[in-house]
Ligand binder design. Structure first.
Ligand code: SF4
Length: 409
């Protein structure tokens, strides 16, 4: 068994993974490589092995902002269709010609991710993978030896991965210890697992619990009746926040690492130049839809496949602590959780827009799969710096803003 440096490895419940060999994970991004990856792979004469590689430029150096905070120096250029050029007959040509260890390090690790915290290392998997989306294969919790080996590979690739969890707050000015946080997290997860409520009401219930804890009062349970409430109407700032986050996480053009970060100045300019009352529109590459268009589309989060996918996606981010503190933009717990709630609203809106673009007025599992995969891809490539985090704290602390946005989605 690989060295764990005495770190306890935590594996999520109910998350399965096995590669289905569909080849779909190998597209939509320029695969980054370390210097060692680049030297190993670029010295092979690929044109000699397959004519399609002759006279083809396969690699590019990363730009400075793409390299920042990463171990990578180069990328494999995407083909015109957005796929990695090494996908041949749905399989990795590098792997088929050599072995798994010859592939770029990131591909060897994919779809696993590991997050070191004061109570050990929390593992999860990327929802870009179709195997993960469909929950294929054995539960991760039953693959401990393999996961330990993968964590050892991760440590080799990211030797400096020691996130700083020293400053932990429920909300600005309200510190919380790590042990207290773990109790809070179990409350969030119990709300997320409350299958008597719709998913959006599970977010509302958890939000109420978090805010009640800060105020030192007990929270009122969210009842199923809340679901019948109609949209209470978005405020202008809600529109701008949604518009900016939608552009960041669901861009209409392919973007690379860092291209879609939350830019505070751009956000303020949008408010200044477009007017505070600007209408929110969900843009796809081929069309755009207003909230009125989307409200006519049926959404059934009680559909077992849709419910399971959405539950697993949000549970996975919470379990792996990838939504607050060192796991995401150094946000406070409440703001980090509300940001997840907004992501749920955006996934719902994007799924409805995708359904409309297919000419139907009911969201199906395929729409939600496409929205979740796109979101997951962008989450790995965007960041929230100190100034952006301050704006997030200002705009996302409010449970009523989350409530309005969930109602309008
Ligand atoms: S190098 Fe291989 S595994 Fe990596 S993205 Fe390309 S085809 Fe997929």
């Amino acid at each position: 068994m690989a060295e764990m440096n005495n770190l306890q490895l935590h594996l999520p419940e109910g998350i399965n993974y096995e590669c289905t060999g569909c080849g779909k994970c190998c597209g939509g991004w320029a695969v980054p490589m370390t210097e060692v990856d680049y030297e190993r792979i670029s010295k092979v004469d690929w044109g000699e092995r397959l004519p399609k590689f002759q006279a083809t430029s396969l690699y590019r150096p990363l730009k400075d902002y793409e390299k920042q905070g990463t171990p990578y120096t180069h990328a494999i250029k995407e083909s015109a269709t957005g796929q990695c050029p090494f996908v041949v007959d749905n399989l990795c040509f590098i792997h088929s010609q050599f072995d798994s260890e010859t592939k770029p390090s990131i591909c060897q690790l994919f779809p696993y991710s590991f997050n070191e915290t004061p109570s050990g290392v929390y593992a999860t998997v990327s929802f870009v993978s179709m195997g993960v989306i469909h929950n294929s294969g054995k539960p991760l919790a039953e693959q401990r030896d393999y996961m330990t080996k993968k964590f050892s590979d991760f440590q080799t690739l990211y030797p400096g991965h020691h996130p700083n969890w020293a400053k932990l707050e429920m909300t600005n000015g309200k510190p919380i210890s790590w042990d207290e946080y773990l109790v809070v997290e179990s409350e969030i997860v119990s709300s997320l697992q409350n299958r008597e409520l719709s998913l959006e009401n599970r977010f509302r219930e958890a939000s109420e619990k978090l805010l009640a804890r800060v105020r030192g009062v007990s929270s009122a349970p969210v009842s199923a009746a809340t679901e019948a409430r109609s949209s209470s109407g978005l405020k202008p700032l809600d529109h701008h926040l949604l518009l900016t986050l939608h552009k960041m996480y669901f861009p209409t053009k392919l973007q690379g690492r860092g291209d879609g970060d939350f830019k505070v100045m751009r956000f303020l300019q949008q408010i200044a130049f477009r007017g505070i009352g600007n209408k929110f529109r969900v843009a796809l590459p081929s069309a755009f839809y207003t909230l009125g268009d989307l409200s006519a589309v049926a959404w059934d989060d009680k559909d077992p496949d849709i419910e399971s996918l959405l539950y697993r996606y949000f549970y996975s981010r919470i379990f792996a602590k990838l939504y607050f503190g060192a796991g995401f933009g150094q946000l406070t717990v409440i703001t980090g959780f509300h940001h997840l709630g907004l992501l749920y609203a955006l996934v719902k809106m994007q799924s409805k827009a995708l359904a409309l673009s297919r000419g139907v007025n009911k969201v199906s599992y395929v729409d939600v799969v496409a929205a979740i995969r796109q979101l997951e891809k962008r989450m790995g490539e965007t960041s929230v710096d100190g100034m952006a985090a301050a704006v997030f704290e200002l705009l996302m602390f409010s449970s009523s803003r989350l409530d309005r946005i969930l109602s309008a989605a």
